[in-house]
Design a protein around this ligand. Structure first.
Ligand SMILES: NC(=O)c1ccc[n+]([C@@H]2O[C@H](COP(=O)([O-])OP(=O)(O)OC[C@H]3O[C@@H](n4cnc5c(N)ncnc54)[C@H](O)[C@@H]3O)[C@@H](O)[C@H]2O)c1
Length: 345
């Protein structure tokens, strides 16, 4: 398959690129290389004859038409987005432009290409989204594919808007789409502004580990390589027009996740005092959703997908990866906003 991946120099996109190339697919990685991108994320495949890179912005429709015409993809996996909730609180404009207008451009470029190619039945536009579009759960219940949308941050509202556009392009124009909504990812190459790498890197530096509010917010954690595996399965075997929720069935309170990371570090990089002593509670994120949890029944029953690791196993691998790849994360720590408190309201 020839796969056009958008956002393939980011965290999840690069996992998709690496996995797809390792499985023998041709990959065209199209990325604007924003602050969140890192070409080293795809260094392991950069010299492969199966890999090509296009520096292009999804807000630039002319550039998109050029990439489609040049590379003739069989399918599109659309991951490019502004992805950090805290940044969306400080500056929502970029989220509207990239996540909504950019997705609109991608849909129009894909539609024009697909029609020009005689509407091949095998073409797919796979839109990658988040469980945050469903809003916040109480103490019980799970997000299913039928849960009504109730986004509550500029980030999740922009992703919800893009999901609606993708469905509309399917219903109105017949564009062959599939959608996925996934829970929180963690793993190698996670940009050092997100919770898991922040905890690891603050702990290693002997600095306070900030936990928002009382750390009681619950997320459903999924190892990024398991997500990439699920995405390739959906783009190949998913039913047209259908959405699939993806989650690890690994619910954890933030504070418990942080403590688990600290105890992994206590084993792998012991020091005189436990890393958990560095945990510090800080003011909460405005509108911080309390609980997300995914019901993955559909993707499991229809496509046979299951995550390969538990959150404990995934965190062991992740912590080890950060210990082994200091050069990678050091280079990103100078980027704008990294290490600062963002989105405090
Ligand atoms: N991180 C998570 O836990 C999570 C969970 C569920 C869904 N998602 C979704 O998965 C996708 C990828 O998330 P991520 O965590 O890898 O994000 P990321 O921020 O690590 O990477 C985003 C990539 O998109 C690129 N990009 C941004 N704006 C662009 C533009 N205008 N044109 C072209 N490229 C642009 C960036 O350069 C970067 O390489 C997003 O759509 C996100 O909403 C993320």
């Amino acid at each position: 398959m020839r796969i056009l991946v958008t956002g393939g120099a980011g965290f999840i996109g690069s996992a998709v690129v690496r996995l797809a190339v390792s499985r023998g697919h041709h990959v065209i990685n199209m990325d604007a290389l924003t602050y969140a991108a890192c070409q080293d994320n795809v260094a392991s495949v950069a010299d492969s004859p199966l890999y090509a890179f296009e520096h292009a912005d999804i807000r630039d429709r002319v550039a998109l038409d050029r990439v489609f015409t040049k590379h003739n993809p069989d399918v599109v996996m659309h991951l490019a987005a502004e992805s950090h909730v805290d940044r969306s609180i400080d500056g929502p404009g970029d989220f509207i432009e990239t996540n909504i207008t950019g997705t609109y451009n991608m849909l129009e470029a894909a539609r024009s290409y697909w029609m020009g190619a005689g509407k091949p039945e095998t073409f797919r536009f796979h839109h990658i989204s988040t469980d945050e579009v469903f809003g916040s759960l109480g103490e019980t219940g799970l997000f299913t594919e039928d849960t009504p949308y109730d986004p509550r941050s500029p980030y999740s509202a922009s992703k919800a808007s893009s999901d609606h556009l993708v469905r509309a392009w399917h219903e109105t124009y017949g564009l062959p789409v599939v959608l996925t909504n996934c829970s929180n990812n963690y793993g190698p190459f996670h940009f050092p502004e997100k919770l898991v790498p922040v905890v690891i890197l603050r702990a290693l530096a002997g600095e306070e580990i900030p936990v928002y509010g009382k750390g009681e917010n619950i997320r459903d954690w999924l190892y990024v390589e398991d997500h990439a595996d699920a995405l390739l399965l959906v783009v190949e075997k998913g039913t047209l027009g259908r959405c699939y929720n993806i989650g690890g069935e690994n619910e954890a309170r933030n504070i418990d996740l942080v403590r688990t990371i600290c105890s992994v570090l206590d084993k792998k990089r012991p020091k005189d005092t436990p890393y958990a002593d560095l945990i510090t509670f800080v003011s909460d994120r405005p509108g911080h959703d309390m609980r997300y949890a995914i019901d993955p029944t559909r993707i499991r029953d229809e496509l046979g997908w299951r995550p390969s690791v538990t959150v404990e196993q995934g965190l062991e691998k992740t912590v080890q990866w950060y210990l082994d790849n200091e050069k990678w994360w050091r280079a990103l720590q100078n980027r704008d906003g990294v290490g600062k408190r963002l989105g405090a309201g």
